[in-house]
Design a protein around this ligand. Structure first.
Ligand SMILES: Nc1ncnc2c1ncn2[C@@H]1O[C@H](COP(=O)(O)OP(=O)(O)OP(=O)(O)O)[C@@H](O)[C@H]1O
Ligand SMILES: [Mg+2]
Length: 265
């Protein structure tokens, strides 16, 4: 039996600004160790909101109400004295829009290692930076300019750098929100190959718009609709034998427009 690394119990997220939006409505899910789970669903169905809640990334936003609980290896993520950065060290988050820190390529990867004091010597730090750049298949491309500003990299390279930065602090889980959608097809393919390799040794929760990407990468698939889980299953059963009518319609290829969730809903 596979261990559950991360789990949510009745997790609900409501935006309480000008309008009240119940973006995530009581979601129970368990993410098994060393599996890649893809969360799919139409635009506006709460995928990003849910993913951010796993990492307490709404903490810094006003007007967000969160109820229920997230458990990381059985320990509550919200009802705890641990500060959010401690949680985020264990649960890495890679956003859709890759953003390099205004530092060198080397220092982008070293960043979390420095903050958390996770190295013994300069040699050790050098080794860790190289190892994680290799893990995301970026080292060969940048080895001659590690001290150059990261801003000079291509978007696809920056996305892989962000992955390396997240991985450097040895998180238990990696959360990826549509990490290939801002990329050109070739960069997207590179990042996807990297994710496929990372999926061998990490627990990954990935939001994707692409059913094909979910088929290629995922072990488990979750279909979220209007903030609720419609169906979750292993990737094969999910696509070959969907249980719910709504899943059937979604996987048989409606356009996103047809499914677009209006903000009024
Ligand atoms: N900061 C916010 N304030 C108010 N409402 C928000 C905020 N962020 C998202 N929402 C609303 O919450 C709902 C879910 O949004 P969310 O971004 O989680 O969807 P999504 O499934 O990630 O969509 P997409 O596929 O387009 O990225 C939407 O109705 C959205 O308008
Ligand atoms: Mg989103």
């Amino acid at each position: 039996m596979t261990d559950t690394v991360l789990e949510t119990e009745n997790l609900a997220v409501t935006y309480t600004g000008d309008r009240r939006v119940e973006a995530v409505k009581g979601v129970d899910l368990a993410f098994p160790e060393n599996r890649l789970t893809a969360i799919i669903g139409p635009s506006g169905c709460g995928k990003s909101t849910y993913l951010k809640a796993l990492d307490r990334l709404h903490d810094i936003q006003p007007n967000v109400e969160i109820t229920g609980e997230v458990y990381l290896r059985g320990e509550p993520v919200y009802d705890t004295d641990e500060p959010a950065p401690e949680i985020r060290k264990q649960v890495g988050y890679v956003p859709q829009e890759p953003t390099a820190l205004p530092l060198s390529i080397y220092e982008n990867v070293a960043y979390g290692l420095r903050i958390h004091g996770l190295f013994d010597s300069k040699d050790d730090l050098d080794e860790l930076v190289e190892r994680h750049l290799r893990k995301v298949n970026l080292f060969e491309e940048v080895s001659d300019r590690l001290d150059a500003p990261a801003a000079g990299l291509s978007t696809g390279q920056i996305q892989r750098l962000c992955l390396a930065r997240s991985l450097a602090v040895e998180p238990d889980v990696l959360l990826c929100d549509e990490v290939t959608s801002a990329l050109d097809p070739i960069s997207a393919e590179n990042v996807e190959e990297t994710l496929a390799e990372l999926a061998e040794e990490y627990t990954i929760v990935m939001v994707t718009h692409s059913m094909d990407q979910a088929k290629r990468l995922a072990d488990e698939v979750v279909f979220l609709y209007l903030g609720e889980v419609v169906e979750t299953n292993d990737v094969r059963s999910f696509f070959e034998d969907p249980q719910h009518e709504r899943t059937k319609r979604f996987v048989s290829g409606p356009t996103d427009d047809e499914y677009a969730v209006s903000d009024a809903t």
